[in-house]
Design a protein around this ligand. Structure first.
Ligand SMILES: NC(=O)c1ccc[n+]([C@@H]2O[C@H](COP(=O)([O-])OP(=O)(O)OC[C@H]3O[C@@H](n4cnc5c(N)ncnc54)[C@H](O)[C@@H]3O)[C@@H](O)[C@H]2O)c1
Length: 259
């Protein structure tokens, strides 16, 4: 435990919840999510000794207040920007209002978090590490997720540009791109039915725990010279040729590969 503080957004469920709980072994964690998710956050805080702040990542004032609260707890080490939303809707059924709401959380939310974390670290004259959770969708679109896909691609670009700008201050900025990961936020069409699983070389969907090690690595000194990277955590899905018909594998063998 370093005593340094890491902010984790989207911490009330799924990947963010697992990250907040597991990373608390190494850092003082500020678990943040929407005000409506405070009951879940409080339960998490009671069970795992986390600090909790309600913050909508698309609201600049709430993001600023989040970092003020985090910096009161100790020296800031960085943030994990995990809050995200998706909706399954064909492009032609995507209203301008839906576009705005997806962009507000997935892109503007990441921008506000990145900016606030970088400002706080610079103010404290601290090096640090910022990790954005994007998606393999950023480079390989899934049908009916056009705006989500565009937002995640833009976040990857934001990460590389921010890495270039923040490098001179000792602030590293990287992304993790999960593949299909079993959570409430998982796209039901990318689910874990047997046919979908056969398209994943590791022959299983991901679990939130699969994202923990790569995030810990990017936050830690182990990755001191890594910045501007997008680390894919998808069981090899991105490298699978869609026209390939996989041969069945022994189920027990595939289960043995669970993380
Ligand atoms: N599950 C997957 O298959 C998958 C794949 C690739 C990428 N991702 C990404 O991983 C991240 C976590 O997704 P998940 O699957 O755990 O989903 P999830 O729905 O379980 O968790 C997302 C969390 O973000 C919070 N959130 C939403 N809007 C917010 C806002 N404006 N401010 C603060 N918090 C907000 C939600 O309340 C929720 O707790 C997302 O960025 C998602 O895009 C997930």
């Amino acid at each position: 435990m370093t005593g340094q503080v890491v902010v984790v957004t989207g911490a009330a469920s799924g990947i963010g919840e697992e990250l907040a709980v597991q990373l608390a072994r190494d850092w003082t964690i500020v678990a943040a999510d929407l005000p409506a998710r405070l009951p879940e956050l409080r339960r998490l805080a009671d069970a795992h000794a986390l600090h909790v702040v309600a913050a909508d990542v698309s609201d600049p004032e709430q993001v600023e207040a989040l970092f003020v609260a985090a910096c009161r707890l100790g020296p800031l080490a960085g943030s994990v920007n995990c809050a995200g939303v998706t909706r399954v809707a064909h492009l032609t059924e995507t209203s301008p209002e839906l576009y705005d709401s997806l962009m507000a959380v997935n892109l503007k939310g990441n921008f506000l978090m990145l900016r606030a974390a970088a400002l706080a670290l610079r103010r404290e004259q601290m090096p640090g590490s910022i990790v954005a959770i994007t998606s393999i969708n950023a480079v390989a679109g899934l049908p009916d997720q056009a705006v989500y896909t565009a937002a995640k691609a833009a976040v990857n670009s934001l990460v590389t540009a921010a890495a270039v700008e923040c490098g001179p201050y000792g602030i590293r900025v990287n992304a993790i791109a999960p593949g299909s990961t079993r959570t409430a936020g998982m796209n039901p069409r990318a689910g874990d039915d047997p046919a979908a699983v056969m398209t994943i070389p590791m022959r299983r969907v991901g679990y939130p725990r699969d994202i923990v090690g790569p995030t810990r690595f990017l936050l830690s000194e182990e990755s001191a010279y890594v910045t501007g990277s997008v680390l894919t955590v998808d069981g090899g899905l991105m490298h699978m040729r869609s026209s390939y018909r996989p041969r069945p594998v022994d189920r027990n063998h595939a289960e043995a590969g669970r993380g």
